[in-house]
Design a protein around this ligand. Structure first.
Ligand SMILES: *Cc1c(COP(=O)(O)O)cnc(C)c1O
Length: 413
């Protein structure tokens, strides 16, 4: 027997069904949706899939653990509104995001605010709104104390800890070693002393070790270490811990060979931690905060083929969208080696005539590459190229002003 050498495949994108050659998004065939939107390119987020995702995750998590949505992943107001009805809290990372969360009707006690460079004006907005600030520096304590005196309102604070460990296998490490995020664990006792001295309302700890992790064992290990660290630090706290935010970092499969995360293992571990917390930190609620995992798989980016060029035997589908709308899919948002996102011709699903083609955008730069020599249904001008896994870090994480092309439309369907 000869083992056939096969290149790894993308994880199947079965969250969107197909019928009569059309991808179905929000219950509608893609060409109809494109007509309804009225323009390409666009992002479409499927609210049914968002709802299903949260439900499936909740089924794997112990009921005692609260689920927050980190809106940095996708701040579209309509989507934040929808998510607000599904989760237990919204995490914001700027005064601008705070506005969106409040406008969405999220209760102030369900909003928390993290970020390494909060301006005084943003801290003031936070105190006035009554939301919780995840403090990341001694400077923020001084500023919050002054704001508390000025407004006569107590600042609600949790301490974001830069842990003394790193999240293994994470796409983006955001804790451990020297970092701009949080306060180094060894300095936290002194910071807690400052919180007590200024009479701020201490509510708990926040740890966020990293993003885009597909290894359940690594996430479990980080959550266990975060819990242990918080338990040690709680001995120095001026009040009982009410919230222990263990972060998240749950990833989704983007590239060939990547598999979906094993949520059951993470849920089982969180159940064990919640049981421990009930005796070791009895007033604490455990929280996880997720962005990408909740919204990433529910979104697609759709762009229309303008031209089909053949250059020295290689097929290029030139489309009306590109890296200015979808920097991540072009490989220029944090990736070390460029790899293809899952891509399909959304109005030729299941077509038997296939070819190897590259999908390139209209920008005058070779970086504007959405798919590099992928096997796709044979496409013609007018066809719709779909990039899956586009619900997180898409439009808002892309340089829309670059080269002066029209802005992208975003719809929740
Ligand atoms: C970016 C960020 C998140 C969301 O990360 P995802 O990988 O999208 O889940 C959560 N918390 C904090 C503090 C963040 O900075």
């Amino acid at each position: 027997m000869t083992a056939e050498k096969t290149s790894p495949l993308h994880a199947p994108m079965q969250q969107f069904p197909a019928a009569q050659g059309q991808l179905i998004v929000g219950g509608m065939p893609l060409t109809q949706l494109a007509a309804r939107v009225g323009a390409t390119p666009f992002y479409a987020y499927d609210r049914g899939l968002l709802t299903q995702r949260v439900a499936a995750l909740r089924a794997a998590l112990p009921p005692a653990v609260k689920l927050h949505y980190a809106m940095k992943a996708n701040p579209l107001p309509a989507l934040v509104c929808h998510m607000a009805g599904l989760v237990d809290g919204i995490d914001v990372a700027s005064g601008g995001e705070l506005k969106v969360a409040l406008d969405a009707g999220v209760a102030p006690h369900e909003i928390s605010f993290a970020g390494p460079g909060k301006r005084d004006g943003e801290l003031r907005q936070a105190v006035a709104a009554g939301i919780m600030v995840n403090v990341e520096a001694f400077r923020e304590i001084d500023a919050l104390a002054a704001i508390t005196r000025e407004l006569g309102l107590p600042a609600r604070v949790a301490v974001r800890v830069n842990p003394d460990f790193e999240l293994k296998s994470s796409g983006m490490k955001m804790g451990g070693g020297p970092k701009q995020f949080g306060v180094d664990a060894e300095q936290v006792p002194a910071l807690l002393g400052e919180i007590a001295r200024h009479g701020l309302s201490f509510e708990g700890f926040h740890l966020f070790a990293g993003s885009q992790n597909l290894k359940a064992e690594a996430i479990v290990e980080a959550q266990n270490k975060s819990y242990e660290l918080a338990l040690r630090l709680a001995e120095h706290a001026p009040a009982p811990v009410r919230f222990l935010n263990l972060g998240g970092g749950f990833g989704i499969p983007y590239f060939p060979g990547e598999q979906r995360l094993d949520i059951a293992a993470i849920g089982a571990n969180l159940a064990a931690l919640a049981r421990r917390a009930s005796t070791e930190m009895p007033s604490a609620t455990l929280v996880i905060e997720l962005g990408r995992y909740l919204v990433g798989e529910a979104g697609i980016y759709v762009t229309r083929v303008i031209d089909r060029k053949v250059s020295r035997g290689q097929v290029f589908l030139v489309v009306d969208g590109g890296l200015h709308h979808h920097l991540s899919a072009s490989g220029n948002f944090g990736q070390v080696i460029r790899k293809n996102y899952p891509v399909a011709i959304g109005n030729r699903m299941g077509a038997t005539e296939k070819e190897t083609a590259s999908v390139v955008g209209p920008l005058c730069t070779p970086l504007d590459l959405l798919a590099d020599r992928m096997e796709l249904a044979r496409a013609e001008p007018g066809d719709l190229v779909v990039i899956f896994q586009s619900g997180a870090y898409g439009a808002s994480a892309s340089p829309q002003g670059f080269l002066g092309h029209p802005a992208v439309v975003e719809v929740l369907v």
